[in-house]
Design a protein around this ligand. Structure first.
Ligand code: HMG
Ligand code: MG
Length: 292
């Protein structure tokens, strides 16, 4: 039987959080419902962060209340602190994710905390998630490069991965936040993290800004990783540069994995339909992107 690889769909969260247009709840729900029929096991549907920081995600509870939940599929949400956790749990998230940075500069800019402070905030989230039986994922941002601090030492990523696993994360998603990683820098960070935990505990999360996401995924596949985050239609990117690449596109990853003889369990037709819908969402409210 061909090797199985999971694509963790993050478009409704990581993709949409950057869209400049205020996207109506109904469109977000429609996108998630389309994705739910495509064969994913996990879809990141929302984040429960400060609404003034990420206005696009302010309606996470309404989104989770409105979707048609497919059996066996877990709808995940980002939770930066216990306040976010309580909101996610009340909204019915099936799993949660805490998110840290391997670099101090991005940690401060993204979540207004040093790396140590962020772990202190995550501790009560971990306790609550365990008590409630909710699986908890961990993210590490800036695994190769930080926009503030420059190149990230691989040892810092490995040390943070150990701390997140010790907090109870079932797995760690390694984020190339800037999309500037190369096969060489990805190889170096993988060597460091695989010295502290086996490949089953890691996922690859590559933004495609530099156009190397697919090459980086192939390096991670070689190293034994079997979970990759991706966003349908390549949603995401910079809100101030329309059309700039966002997360690597799910349908592209699925097609490449199939060509490599790897099985994702995704239905290409359903995926294409969801990708078309996602691209129209990016297009905005008029012209080809019209939902009227
Ligand atoms: P803070 O300002 O340090 O929080 O925010 P605070 O504890 O000082 O509280 C200040 C106020 O915020 C209080 O309200 C809190 O109640 C409120 P007040 O009493 O003044 O009226 N507050 C909240 N409200 C709603 N939900 C919450 C929440 N927490 C506090 N959860 C915080 C810290 C992290 C919340 C903030 O900095 C924030 O929201 N940052 C945005 C982070 C974010 O969403 N980033 C994008 C996602 S990460 C990502 O995309 C990377 C990833 O894809 C991987 C990769 O590519 O690298 C995962
Ligand atoms: Mg991301």
């Amino acid at each position: 039987m061909p090797d199985r690889v999971e694509i963790f769909e993050v478009g409704p969260r990581d993709g949409l959080q950057n869209e400049p247009r205020a996207i109506p709840v109904a469109e977000k729900i429609a996108l998630i419902d389309l994705l739910s029929g495509a064969g994913f096991r996990r879809i990141e549907a929302a984040s429960f962060v400060r609404p003034e920081r990420v206005p696009q995600m302010a309606d996470g509870a309404e989104v989770l209340a409105g979707i048609r939940r497919a059996p066996g599929l877990r709808y995940a949400a980002l939770t930066p602190n216990i306040r976010g956790y309580d909101r996610a749990r009340a909204a019915g998230a099936d799993e949660i994710a805490i998110f840290a940075s391997a670099s101090e500069g991005f940690s401060r800019a993204n979540i207004n905390a040093s790396v140590d402070e962020s772990l202190r905030r995550f501790a009560p989230v971990a306790v609550a998630a365990r008590a409630d039986g909710l699986p908890m994922r961990g993210y590490i941002s800036c695994v190769t490069d930080c926009p503030y601090d420059g190149p990230t030492p691989p040892g810092a990523v490995a040390a943070l991965a150990e701390r997140l696993l010790a907090l109870g994360c079932y797995g760690i998603s390694l984020g190339d936040t800037l999309g500037s990683a190369t096969p060489e820098t990805v190889g170096a960070v993988l060597r460091a993290v695989l010295a502290v935990a086996p490949p089953e505990r890691f996922a690859g999360h590559f933004h495609d800004t530099g156009g190397r996401a697919m090459a980086n995924i192939e390096v991670a596949l070689e190293a034994g990783l079997r979970v990759f985050d991706a966003a349908v239609g390549g949603l995401g990117g910079c809100p101030f540069a329309r059309g700039a690449p966002g997360n690597v596109a799910t349908e592209r990853v699925a097609a490449r994995l199939a060509a490599l003889g790897l099985r994702t369990g995704l239905d290409p037709d359903r995926l294409a339909e969801a990708a078309g819908f996602a691209r129209r969402m990016r297009g905005g409210p008029s012209g080809a992107g019209s939902f009227a």
